[in-house]
Design a protein around this ligand. Structure first.
Ligand code: ATP
Ligand code: MG
Length: 551
């Protein structure tokens, strides 16, 4: 038999080479979120890659908050990010903050000034933009470019000490205003921002730019492989330049394709807008692609990891089918979720030959994959609910559920026969008069089989629950293709949430599994935190079946 050889992805190849050649002894990766929003499914991919590689090669991963933008950042996000990473099952080595390096970064900036490698520029934003040139034309030197190191140092210290207003001055690296790579045309290192920082408080009123921060932060921590998404590849030369110029530990950056999903938006800015405008109930609305949202929806960490494993790591952008993620959720839940019966659109069934007042309790497996495993007790009585869709009056031959004069098995229990259909004045079926066959009790007597098996609940014992059914939040498959004259909010699905009711077997309300359960024959649902003593709420995680099959 041919053995299936799993090919290494390009990052694994790089790491194996680096370990083999002795370039690094062990690997250290980092996950660098900006604490300006909640983590989403795209971040899950980045987490799986960074933590996954470290785990595979016996290395470690730091959690580093990229917190250089004080006005957008908040400790609420810092805490939520940690919770989400732990939920995915990853444990970071060190918890770091770019802001912990502000003193070091400042010192390096003074050193660069002294070396004639940085200068304070007084141009307005507008002037800087104009003088930057274009890809075809070189830029123009700033009139302030030739200040002496002494003057620059004095001005930079004054910037730090709060002498200037926001935007009045910046510190720039002195590289080359005609450089073919635009990023090298004297990039800004520091800007003035009189803003309170969630960690450093009011200590600073100048903040370092991303490019002046990220590589050095990696270097300070001795990150061996700094892995980010493709849009950062234009930043890599500058990343390398700062590290080389400062002569510090040579971390290296590698880029992979970001995750894009059909019918899904993953920009934190837009997700924040949905929250702020009340279009969703919060960051953890079960329709949100955030990790707290999908968790509340009932997706499991195991399913997300399975999904990330399946999509792999590539170097070109791709739109992944959300159905693959749903498929992974189904796979995981099918294997381990508890089963219960819930009727959503009931018709009453009366068993005319059932002894008045009798209750029979059936021991039913919680998970059919473990027939010897735990069970739940399900009460059977003479009045039941079945789902309207499981009965048909003028049924075609192929309809194997309940029909007039037909038989069906009530799951785990008896075969019943429909003898009479009761209707109201509008010709709607209100009740079915049936008889049960006492000889067909499973485990007793002779096994008689019928083609159909349907779920049911006892009306005497059924618990009414609220069901929140979710559909895609957006109607456009590729949300990167929103036409220019439209807004992404024009593609919101008005039916993304529909609220219904269900009647559940009583054991459902005592389920303590902590993960989504299967409502037999319909779908997976998870109890929501909105539940109260009076009303239990379930979120629909995913339907039971789908024609989708992964390639
Ligand atoms: P957004 O555009 O949603 O605001 P971001 O890139 O600004 O995302 P960060 O907090 O800076 O968010 O991201 C932390 C890490 O997660 C970065 O390394 C980033 O490359 C990665 N990341 C962000 N979005 C995705 C995605 N869709 N797929 C894979 N990785 C992602
Ligand atoms: Mg970012």
């Amino acid at each position: 038999m041919e053995e299936e050889v799993k090919r290494l992805n390009f990052l694994e190849e790089i790491i194996e080479d680096d370990l083999k050649s002795g370039k690094v002894e062990s690997i250290l990766t980092r996950f660098p979120p900006e604490p300006n929003g909640y983590l989403h499914l795209g971040h899950a991919k980045s987490l799986c890659i960074n933590f996954g590689l470290a785990q595979k090669y016996g290395g470690k991963t730091n959690l580093r908050y990229d917190d250089t933008n004080p006005t957008k950042e908040d400790t609420e996000y810092v805490d939520a990010i940690k919770e989400d990473i732990k939920w995915l099952g990853f444990q970071w080595e060190k918890e770091c903050y770019a802001s912990d390096y502000f003193d070091q970064l400042y010192e390096w900036a003074e050193w660069m000034i002294q070396q004639g490698l940085a200068y304070v520029d007084d141009q307005t934003q507008e002037e800087m933009r104009e003088n930057r040139g274009t890809v075809e034309t070189p830029g123009k030197n700033s009139p302030w470019r030739d200040r002496t190191p002494e003057e620059n140092l004095k001005l930079f210290r004054e910037m730090r000490d709060g002498k200037y207003a926001d935007g009045e001055k910046v510190l720039r690296a002195k590289i080359d205003m005609a450089h073919p790579k635009m990023e090298f045309r004297d990039p800004i290192m520091y800007r003035i921002k009189h803003a309170h920082h969630h960690r450093t408080g009011d200590k600073w009123c100048i903040y370092p730019m991303y490019d002046y921060t990220h590589g050095q932060s990696d270097s300070i921590e001795h990150i061996t492989h700094s892995i980010c998404t493709l849009e950062f590849d234009v930043h890599r030369p500058l990343y390398d330049w700062y590290i080389k110029t400062l002569g510090i530990y040579p971390s290296h950056q590698y880029e992979f394709a970001r995750l894009n999903l059909t019918y899904t938006l993953m920009s934190k800015r837009k997700l924040l807008e949905l929250v702020q405008k009340g279009i969703v109930s919060g960051w953890d609305d079960p329709r949100m692609p955030t990790l707290c949202g999908v968790r509340r929806r009932g997706y499991t960490a195991e399913a997300l990891k399975m999904f990330c494993e399946k999509i792999g790591v590539t170097k070109h952008d791709q739109l992944m089918d959300i159905q693959l993620l749903e498929w992974c959720v189904r796979q995981d839940l099918n294997a381990r979720s508890n089963r219960y019966m819930v009727v959503q659109d009931p018709i009453k069934v009366k068993l005319t030959n059932w002894p008045e007042g009798q209750v029979e309790w059936f021991d039913c497996p919680l998970n059919p994959a473990e027939p010897e495993g735990a069970t739940r007790k399900v009460p059977f009585t003479g009045e039941l609910f079945i789902d309207r869709a499981d009965f048909m009056e003028d049924a075609p031959n192929k309809f194997f559920r309940l029909k007039p004069d037909g038989e069906v098995r009530l799951k785990y229990t008896y075969i019943i026969k429909c003898n009479k259909v009761v209707k109201d004045c509008n010709n709607n079926v209100t009740e079915l008069e049936c008889t049960y066959d006492p000889t067909t009790k499973p485990g007793g007597g002779e096994w008689r089989s019928v083609k159909g098996t349907i779920h049911w609940v006892s009306t005497d014992f059924a618990k009414e629950i609220e069901l929140r059914n979710y559909d895609r939040l957006f109607t456009l498959a590729d949300m990167s293709q929103v036409p220019e004259d439209k807004d992404y909010k024009d593609f919101l699905n008005p039916d993304s949430l529909t609220v219904g009711k269900g009647w559940a077997e009583p054991a459902l309300l005592d389920d303590a599994s902590g993960i989504a359960v299967q409502f037999e024959r319909t779908g997976y649902y998870i109890k929501d935190a909105d539940s109260t003593k009076e009303k239990t709420v379930f979120n629909k995680t995913v339907s039971l079946k789908d024609s989708y099959k992964p390639e």
